[in-house]
Design a protein around this ligand. Structure first.
Ligand code: NAD
Length: 483
């Protein structure tokens, strides 16, 4: 592949280096090789980006909602036209299979289109106070929104926060993850080409502890949307506390796939395996715990193991069944979790700490399944962020729910049964933000409110609920009567 061009941040419509000229390397996770370097922004760069977004806000918030929407829909079209290039960059940047990144790019376009379409449709209310008053509410943008994204699916995660923020009249400073900074830079440029005015979208690079921390502590940021780990989410919230900046936190998960004996077991097993391997387990909503009814346990587990062990690993650009993890550091951490699971008495069925033969220097780990997992062990409780499935079994609906709800996370759940009443009953009792019945996902899911219960987060993204987070209500009360 041809050398990538010089990578620069986008601040106030301009391509810029970090002020001190420092840069850091970007590796292709499929090969371990350096493919680019990017600016290493610090607090002074963050100041520039926030100032640009602040200036642009005064104009952008006055653009009519219809015109803002039209621009976002045009941007969606532009993203689609550039999808081949964006997907290739995304695959190199993240190690996710090209086919997955293509879906990611399409989801990005859908976010722009969906929220562009909403820009002129959601208004305020009139509050009935009687003949003496006219009372109404308006939804106003917050101002400058910081959007901090993780390394997995950076296009899609940036777009799901940025698109509603822009549609509602805010301006944005996006910050990419250090492991996968290229996608957000390409997306920012695509938006500029599509006509989004200067300063309305700014994207900086840099380390979390430097540019990330500076952005979350910035007194002129009006709202923060952070997507990433639980541990960093705490730091973000602490920083936001100092300025009382509102936050949306989209954090980790340990999502269950609950399979009842009366389900379509073949479909359930295929979906459990496929939904874990497509991202090598590096997605917040990965179904990393298989909870299966004891009477069908052996058959379901055997089918999942067969699917997972047959998965072909390879370089992301070749669209394999599963790509690498993002970094050597992540591989070390996943292998340590695998070793700890074996020491804790879980039984390894496939995969494990032996590195797969891939013929490259990429950061691969084999799809791994453990059963006989102790529900209180780290394997059952902690987010590993790798292709590692923990199997537990249950006898009754109550036991299934106890296991499913028995972690500090509550992001999503999959539920497999043909019994309609049971499906609704169990869905209602699950302590998580989304439940899928006889599926695990629905298209790109743009329309569906998403977010965590418990330690999986605060606030909602996606759907109309996500849009409402990017404006605040003002109540206006006018005395019109004469008494
Ligand atoms: P991370 O928390 O390490 O990093 C996320 C982002 O935060 C990066 O841009 C990083 O540079 C930045 N950051 C790091 N330290 C910071 C600080 N002190 N202040 C401000 N920003 C800082 O997460 P990751 O390893 O990139 O991503 C994986 C995690 O993200 C997993 O826990 C996963 O579940 C979660 N995630 C959640 C969702 C969701 O929608 N709920 C989606 C994707 C990923």
């Amino acid at each position: 592949m041809a050398d990538l061009p010089l990578q620069l941040q986008l601040i106030n419509g301009e391509d810029v280096e970090a002020l001190d000229g420092e840069r850091f390397d970007v590796l292709d996770p499929s090969t371990g090789e350096r493919i680019a370097d990017v600016p290493r922004a610090k607090a002074a760069d963050v100041d520039l980006a926030v100032a640009a977004a602040r200036d642009a806000f005064e104009t952008w918030r006055r653009v009519t909602p219809a015109d803002r929407g039209r621009l976002l829909v045009a941007a969606a079209q532009h993203v689609r036209e550039r999808s081949a290039e964006l997907a290739l960059i995304g695959a190199l940047d993240t190690g996710l299979p090209l086919t997955s990144i293509e879906r990611d790019v399409e989801a990005t376009a859908r976010y722009l289109e969906f929220y562009g379409g909403l820009a002129d449709k959601i208004g305020g209310d009139v509050v009935p106070l009687g003949p003496e008053f006219l009372d109404y509410t308006e939804r106003e943008p917050w101002g400058v929104c910081a959007v901090i994204v993780p390394y997995n699916s950076p296009f899609q995660v940036l777009a799901r926060s940025m698109a509603p923020a822009l549609a509602a009249g805010n301006t944005v400073v996006g910050k990419s993850a250090e492991q996968a900074p290229l996608g957000p830079l390409y997306l920012a440029r695509a938006l500029r080409e599509a006509g989004i005015p200067r300063g309305v979208v700014n994207v900086i690079t840099g380390l979390g502890t430097e540019s990330g921390a500076a952005l979350t502590a910035h007194a002129d940021v009006d709202r923060i949307t952070f997507t990433g780990s639980e541990a960093t989410g705490r730091l973000v919230m602490e920083a936001a506390t100092r300025n009382l900046t509102p936050v949306t936190l989209e954090l980790g998960g340990k999502s269950p796939q609950i399979v009842f004996a009366d389900a379509d077991l073949e479909l359930a097993a295929k979906t459990v395996a496929a939904s874990l391997v497509w991202s090598a387990g590096q997605v917040c909503s990965a179904g990393t715990r298989l909870l299966v009814e004891r009477s069908v346990r052996d058959g379901v587990v055997a089918a999942v193991v067969a699917e997972m062990s047959a998965t072909k690993l390879g370089a992301a650009v070749d669209s394999p069944g599963m790509g690498p993890l993002i970094s050597e550091q992540q591989r070390t951490s996943v292998l340590a979790a695998i070793d700890a699971a074996s020491s804790d008495g879980a039984r390894l069925l496939t995969g494990g700490s032996e590195l797969p033969e891939t013929g490259s220097g990429g950061f691969f780990v084999s799809p791994t399944v453990f059963d006989q997992v102790d529900p209180s062990s780290d394997l059952a409780q902690e987010e590993i962020f790798g292709p590692v499935l923990a199997v537990m079994d249950f006898e009754t609906e109550e036991e299934a729910l106890e296991l499913a709800n028995g972690t500090r996370f509550g992001l999503i759940a999959g539920l497999w049964t043909r019994d309609l009443a049971k499906a609704h009953r169990v869905a209602r009792e699950l302590r998580c933000g989304q439940v899928y019945v006889n599926t695990f996902g629905a298209g790109t899911g743009i329309e569906l409110p998403f977010g965590g219960f418990k330690n999986s987060g605060i606030g909602r993204e996606k759907g109309i609920a996500g849009y409402l987070e990017y404006s605040q209500i003002k109540n206006i009360c006018v005395k019109v009567g004469t008494e």
